[in-house]
Structures are given as structure tokens and as C-alpha cells.
Design a protein around this ligand. Sequence first.
Ligand code: FE2
Length: 308
Amino acid sequence: MVSPRLGYENLGLGVGLRTVHFGHILKNNPPVDWFEIISENFIDSQGRPRYVLDQIAEKYRIVMHGVSLSIGSTDPLNMEYLKKLKALAQQVNAQWVSDHLCWTGVATRNSHDLLPIPLNEDTLIHTVKRIRIVQEILERPLVLENPSSYVTFADSTLSEWEFLTRMAVESDCGLLLDVNNVYVSAINHDFDPEQFIRSIPHEHIVQFHLAGHTNMGTYCIDTHDGHVVDPVWKLYRLAHNLTGGVSTLLEWDAKIPPFEEMHAEVLKARYYMDQQYDSLPMPAPAPDGTAEGPAVPHPLHYVLPEVQ
Ligand SMILES: [Fe+2]
């Protein structure tokens, strides 16, 4: 039995650090609990982004979130990248380092996308072996996120939650549970998102992600361009209940609003933490038959009375 969150602290409610907010953060020191950075945005940067990050890291706790580890690829691990990742983690005193259960390229070509892997015994052995190597290099448990996905493989023999469970237990890695990704993939692949969240090893969950997505009627796209929808908040409540609470981070990467609005969105989590899971009504079906609807009012006034 591992210790909850692998011993990593619950940092509270954070937001993704985005360039458009640099000036606001430096000037106002907003009362956000922590920031998550995209590792690749700073790994090779010695200019203004790095200058700003160093200042922010003096005042706030930082978590590093990567997009190019490519843990599922058949390419050899990129040792140069891992060396730089470790150096940045030491320099900004990163609380932990995360990436995605995916592959991003092959034959040294980078697709710049988070591509799903077939979920079976062979890919599990391959992934666990590589996680162990990465953890030895970084000298800390790696944290891996469930990506949103749009295709499944004929070669898959395990459900995503079975794969994540065995991967975490066999490699001793942490899990970053992206609640929005569970919802998006559940719509796209027609599985029960509650079963997903109930089935993974909760003591391995180090962090949650929340984000907005775009519902296309018959499928969802993980666009990170808006507010978190009510069904995702309801799943968040379930995940919070099952884990006892872990660091929660809002991702907002397109149509990025002013900092206060982005911060207010993650603070809504306080409302859902206080609710009993069963007391939250299931969302009413939208007119087009999709699963979303405004059955649960956005409780912004509960957390930030001054924000309309
Ligand atoms: Fe995410």
C-alpha cells in the first residue's frame, strides 16, 4: 500500500501559468495556491519567459507538466530531454513532474500531439519499463495523465482504467486524473466515466485537471477553451470524495480570459468539495440529446461574491 498521493502534498487550487498573464501576476501577486507550467515552454528558454518564471517560483509553488516525454513510443527515451527536465525541476523547485500516457512521435519525428497507445499486455510492460527508467533519472516518482482520445485500437485488450491501475501499481508512478478527459473520452468511446473514476487506485492520484471542452453533439473535443461543464464538476466531486482531496488545476489554453476569471473558475471547486456526491443532480439531457445541460447552476457567487 503506497502512501496517499505518493507522499506529495495537496497544494490546493491552482491554474496553468500562461504568457498572457505574466504581467498581471508579477504586478498583483494574486492569491492562487500554485501554478503548473508547461515544461517545454521553459526548458530551453533563457529569455523573458524564464526570467518571469524564476520570479514566480520565488513566491509560488510550481508543478511541471510536460507534453513530449513520449512514454509510450517505441523510440528510445530522449536522455537529453530528461537531463534538461531534471535540471529545470531542480531550478524551480518543482513539486513534481508530470506528462501524459501517450506517444508523441516515432523515428525521431515529433507529431506535437498526444497520441493514444493500444492498451494491452505488451504496451503495459513497455510503458512500465520506461517509467521506471525515467523515475531513476529524475530521482522522483513520475506522474502520468490520462489523455483525451478519439480512437480506440483493435489491439487493445484492457480498459483504460485497468491499464492505468496496473501501470501505477507496477511502476510506483503517480496519476494525474484529468476529470474532463475522462468525460470527453467517455462520450467518444461510450463508457461509464464513474466506473473509470471509481476503478483507478486512488492513493496513486497526485493531481486533478479540470478544463472546458467542445461538445460536437455526437463526440467531444478537448479544447480547453471555456468553463468546466456541470457533468465534469459532478465527476470532480466523486473524485474528490474518493481521494480525500488532491491538488486541483484548471487548464485554459484557448480564448484565455483575464486572470481573475480563470482563477474564479478553479475556485468553484470549493463548492463541489462541500457537496455530498449524491446530492448533485445528474445533468439534464441537452435538446440535441447530448449529455450536457445546466441542471447544476454555476456556483460562482459562493466563492467570489464580487464576480458576476
Ligand atoms: Fe489535462
